[in-house]
Design a protein around this ligand. Structure first.
Ligand SMILES: *Cc1c(COP(=O)(O)O)cnc(C)c1O
Length: 340
């Protein structure tokens, strides 16, 4: 087994993020005790789960002598915002290649540039943080292919580019959540959180896979339920399994059992980033009960899933659930129409 603390890492957050007991929300829902892991309070611009992944990814980039980061995502990508923020903190160049969201009916909007993104939310921050370039392509474009072409061009100019995949989800990025699993286990012991179930959004799956590997490597049997934001259960679970396996291999850990991976596909709605009424209800409920803002694309849909699981009796009142707040709040301002 490779010791996590021997792998190069940058630090973008001072200390652990809070684990908070949501007493008012728990009472309002009348089900299990709900706790929340405040990864919306991680470091870099406006925080969120990509900060943990980037601590390992940027260390790897710097070790390879990179002077330029290239990454990809949606027009409202939290991952692009945080990669750019890390680049600013490290004095690196940063290029973003993003794809338009799906149209309101779940179909692609057509050729690139047909619907220029509104200058709001994360897209506004790409500008304020001074991205060296932002290329907007139509939905479904080959973003990584474009990233390779740009990298080749930059190499020709004597630069040393480092490409970070969608969501920072590869075995190096997932290490951020292997570490988070250990942080959580310490906090469960300190706070007396007994036999919890972790509920987390599942997108490019790096967060969930890292948590699964981290818990497993510590001998914990705490279960994790992923709530998908873009795929059906049948599409998402193989992705989680692949990343769990490759991350475990990277750390030279024993194989993690297949049944540790769950990604529920019932709360996606029409498609990725498209609002659902249940998401809007969940965002309002967390805000009014606890003063905590969720985001419309990830944590809002995951919370809608959690609320539905509670209402349908999945968690009896003796149970404890730990919800991972993975950030994303700037995206709220790009989806205000979902709340009118
Ligand atoms: C990227 C993201 C997720 C999903 O994490 P993955 O590792 O991609 O599954 C969840 N919440 C927010 C706010 C994100 O930006």
């Amino acid at each position: 087994m490779v010791a996590l603390n021997e792998i190069p890492r940058r630090r973008y957050t001072a200390g652990a993020t809070p684990l908070e007991h949501l007493r008012r929300l728990s009472a309002e829902l009348g089900g299990p005790q709900i706790w929340i892991k405040r990864d919306d309070r991680l470091g870099l611009t406006q925080g969120g789960n990509k900060t943990r992944k980037l601590e390992y990814l940027i260390a790897d980039a710097l070790n390879q002598g990179a002077d330029t980061l290239i990454t990809v995502g949606g027009v409202q990508s939290n991952h692009c915002r945080l990669t750019l923020s890390a680049a600013r903190a490290e004095g690196l160049d940063c290029h973003l290649i993003v794809e338009e969201d799906l149209g309101p009916d779940g179909t692609a909007l057509g050729p690139a540039g047909a619907n220029p993104p509104e200058h709001t939310g994360n897209f506004l921050l790409f500008d304020l943080l001074g991205a060296d370039s932002v290329t907007v392509l139509g939905h479904g474009a080959d973003l990584l292919g474009e990233a390779e072409i740009l990298a080749e061009k930059l190499r020709g100019e004597g630069r040393i580019p480092y490409i970070i995949p969608v969501g920072g989800s590869n075995p190096i990025g997932a290490l951020g959540y292997v570490d988070c699993a250990h942080e959580l286990l310490d906090q469960f012991a300190e706070e007396g959180v007994d036999s919890p179930t972790i509920v987390t959004p599942s997108g490019s799956a790096g967060m969930q896979a890292g948590l699964i590997v981290g818990l497993h490597s510590a001998g914990s049997t705490v279960p994790i339920i992923g709530i998908n934001v873009s795929r059906s259960q049948a599409e998402q679970e193989p992705k989680i399994v692949d990343l769990v396996d490759s991350t475990a291999r990277f750390l030279d850990l024993p194989h993690v059992p297949r049944d540790a991976t769950t990604g529920l596909g019932d709360y996606v709605g029409i498609g990725y980033a498209l609002p659902t009424p249940e998401m809007a209800e969940a965002v309002r409920l967390f805000a009014r009960a606890e003063g905590i803002l969720l985001d419309p694309v990830y944590t809002g849909k995951a919370a809608a899933g959690l609320i539905d699981l509670i209402r349908s009796g999945r968690f009896p009142s003796e149970d404890t659930v730990v919800f991972v707040h993975s950030g994303g709040v700037p995206g709220l301002y790009a989806r205000t129409q979902a709340f009118t």
